[in-house]
Ligand binder design. Sequence first.
Ligand code: ATP
Ligand code: MG
Ligand code: MG
Length: 554
Amino acid sequence: MENKSSNFIRTIIQKDLETSKRDHVITRFPPEPNGYLHIGHAMSIITNFDLADEFQGKTNLRFDDTNPLKEDVEFVESIKEDVKWLGYEWDGLFFASNYFEEMYNRAVLLIKKGLAYVDDLTGDEIRSYRGTLTEPGKNSPYRDRSVEENLDLFDRMRKGEFENGQKVLRAKIDMSSPNINLRDPVLYRIAHTTHHNTGDNWCIYPMYAFAHPIEDAIEDVTHSICTLEFEDQRPLYNWIIEQTEMESTPQQIEFGRLNLTNTVMSKRKLKQLVEEGFVDGWDDPRMPTISALRRRGFTAEAIRAFVRALGITRGDGAVDSQMLDHFMREDLKLKSPRTMGVLRPLKVVITNYPEGQEEMLEAEINPENPEMGTRQIPFSREIYIEQEDFMENPPKKYFRLFPGNEVRLKHAYFIKCEEVIKDENGEVVEIHCTYDPETKSGSGFTGRKVKGTIHWVDAKHAVPAEFRLYEPLILSEEEEQVEDESEEKTFLDHVNPNSLQVLNGFIEPNMKDVKPQDKFQFFRHGYFNVDPKHSTEDHIVFNLIVSLKSSFRL
Ligand code: ATP
Ligand code: MG
Ligand code: MG
């Protein structure tokens, strides 16, 4: 499926090929393995892989694992799984940490060229010497160390002779540059800690700003696509590529990150939701992680269609999360079987249906996709309907069941409410109805009409099931609003206390063998997915993917 919505990056690549600036295209998706991927990462994945595909190029999956303090192999595996699930196959699979030796050599080259120096200032001192937007920075007293001294100190940093924070390697660029990123940025820091890939081989680690351009160049990446917050780093990116004399010259291109209404996206906040128990893990269906969306029942097809329709822009406003729901419905409409489920059951006895008798009724599996065939539904004297489909004293325009009123049971008969049975507290516990055998669905009965059609399941054969209904986890439209750290309120104050509702109801007996991740449209309720984590053979759990109704228009 192709979507040619606005994409300025495509235009850049096209031009690069036409003008022979490039003769091939290589992109990369470079996650830091410090958490689970979320829908924002999906945008980056889809953008990188789709663009390369379009120009017969390649896309690498590269783990940007240059920070040993936050990374873990657990995340490496989940990231691979998520990229595959989204429908993509990477060309190369790389770890930035495998380039540590090369990065070190390039840093030595900078020192030899007089373009890097070992600094003894503390982190705080470096920050205060850096200046501000309106004030230039100040040179470090160590800035003019000789090449020989720098080479010796950097070698000893590598050998582990210094403590964490005692020394750093800095680029020697310009402490009065209007771009603060160019005021002698730190290239290497000391961290005596074990790395998930390189173990204890290293105690100095490159900073992102130094490592990333070199990683791109080593892999011959042509278009290094990243989010807008890196725009001010582009001059440094280019400086590193040029001064470390990398053969390949990747171009950094920034685009606006994806933000969704009612959603927090940063890993830090998602982690907080998990650790403080607001959700039951990274894959809780209310989370915006790929693993949570998958578990909730979202499909890769719908996520791809959503991202492609959004296109790539340089803006970073929040997208209405209902737009994603819209693509979800579109994807499932023709694919998913229709079925009936009662979420809040109320017993109905059909008093004139002979006791002990039962029959099978035929129903289409998907009226919008007749090829899916038909299913059999048992019907007998006792059924369950939805509590909200009965009212003893209905308001005007309530066309469902109430004393004296007749409705159609979907795929079955007309029934008429004759009697309401209550318990000692006056609660309605059962409804007695009569049915009219003439009105059987599909019989062509035209004698009279009813205004309401309700769903039901046969009480004797019904299979119990748990339904989990979800609402947005965050009750704020914009992520920025909940991000304002200067205020007392944090995003946690916007967590929706009603984001999960658990109901115990019944489903059609032909559903008893459903498998995890099977998706259905429950008539009048919405699309549901069989939860892979909590469903067992005798306890089926359904996650609400999206309800049927939406005010969203594309
Ligand atoms: P977070 O801020 O959520 O922790 P990150 O940017 O630190 O995300 P990385 O692992 O570095 O996470 O991200 C890998 C790639 O995904 C980067 O190229 C990054 O720019 C991109 N990315 C991350 N979040 C988004 C987003 N919301 N929209 C688009 N791209 C994103
Ligand atoms: Mg990052
Ligand atoms: Mg981050």
